[in-house]
Design a protein around this ligand. Structure first.
Ligand SMILES: CC(C)(COP(=O)(O)OP(=O)(O)OC[C@H]1O[C@@H](n2cnc3c(N)ncnc32)[C@H](O)[C@@H]1OP(=O)(O)O)[C@@H](O)C(=O)NCCC(=O)NCCS
Length: 177
C-alpha cells in the first residue's frame, strides 16, 4: 500500500472509482458526462487538480484566495483506492471548515480501514515537515470520518457553529511533533 502523486498509470481504476461515486471531502460525485470529460482529458485533469489559482467565492458568500494543495492517491494491489489532499496554509474559510486535510475512499473499498491507513501514511510523511499540527474538520454525522480522525490521534476541539451551515462542524487537532 502506498501514497503516490496522481498519475495516469492508475487511470482505469480511478475512472472506475468515479463511476462508483467516489468523491473527496464535501464535494459531490461526478455525473456520467463529467466522468467522460475527465476520461477524455485525463492528463489535463491531473495537471489542473492542484493548480487552481486566483480567488473563489466560498459557501459563506465571501471571497478567498485559493489555497495551494497537494493531492496524493492511495494505491493498493496496483489499484486506485482513495485520495487525500493536504493544504499546508489555511485561509479563514478553511480554519472554520475544511482544515488542512481532506480525503475520500472509493465506495467499493470503504469500511476496510483504508481511510485510516491513508491518513496515517500522510501524517507519517508530515513528521519531517515544518508543520507542528494539523486541523481536520468533519460533520458530526460523518461517523466514518470522525473515526478516521480519532484512529489517528485526533484531539476533539469542539463542534463549531457556522452561520452558513445548519449543522455544526467538528474540529480536531492532530499533533505531529
Ligand atoms: C469517510 C470515509 C473517508 C471513510 O473511509 P473508510 O475507508 O471507510 O474508513 P475506515 O475504513 O478507515 O473506517 C474508520 C472507522 O469508521 C467506520 N466507518 C467507516 N464508514 C462508516 C460509516 N459509513 N458508518 C459507520 N461507521 C463507518 C469503520 O467501520 C471504522 O471503524 P473502527 O475504527 O471502529 O474500525 C469514506 O466513507 C468516504 O470517502 N466518504 C465520502 C467522503 C468523505 O466523507 N470524506 C471525509 C470528509 S470530512
Amino acid at each position: 500500500m502506498k501514497l503516490v502523486k496522481p498519475t495516469s498509470e492508475y487511470k482505469a481504476s480511478y475512472i472506475e472509482a468515479l463511476k462508483e461515486g467516489f468523491y473527496v471531502g464535501v464535494q459531490s460525485d461526478k455525473t456520467p458526462s463529467e466522468i467522460e470529460r475527465i476520461n477524455q482529458n485525463f492528463e489535463q485533469y491531473l495537471e489542473e487538480m492542484d493548480n487552481s489559482t486566483g480567488k473563489i467565492i466560498c459557501e459563506d458568500g465571501k471571497e478567498y484566495d485559493i489555497v495551494p494543495q497537494s493531492t496524493y492517491w492511495l494505491i493498493d494491489n496496483n489499484i486506485f483506492i482513495g485520495s487525500i489532499s493536504l493544504r499546508k496554509k489555511l485561509n479563514q474559510f478553511l480554519v472554520n471548515f475544511g482544515g488542512n486535510i481532506g480525503y475520500g475512499v472509493r465506495p467499493s473499498m470503504q469500511k476496510k480501514g483504508y481511510a485510516s491507513k491513508m491518513l496515517g501514511l500522510l501524517l507519517q510523511d508530515l513528521k519531517s515537515s515544518k508543520l507542528k499540527e494539523v486541523l481536520l474538520t468533519c460533520s458530526p454525522k460523518n461517523i466514518g470520518s470522525n473515526k478516521v480522525i480519532q484512529n489517528n490521534g485526533g484531539e476533539f476541539l469542539g463542534a463549531k457553529d457556522l452561520e452558513w451551515r445548519e449543522e455544526p462542524t467538528n474540529h480536531y487537532k492532530i499533533k505531529l511533533k
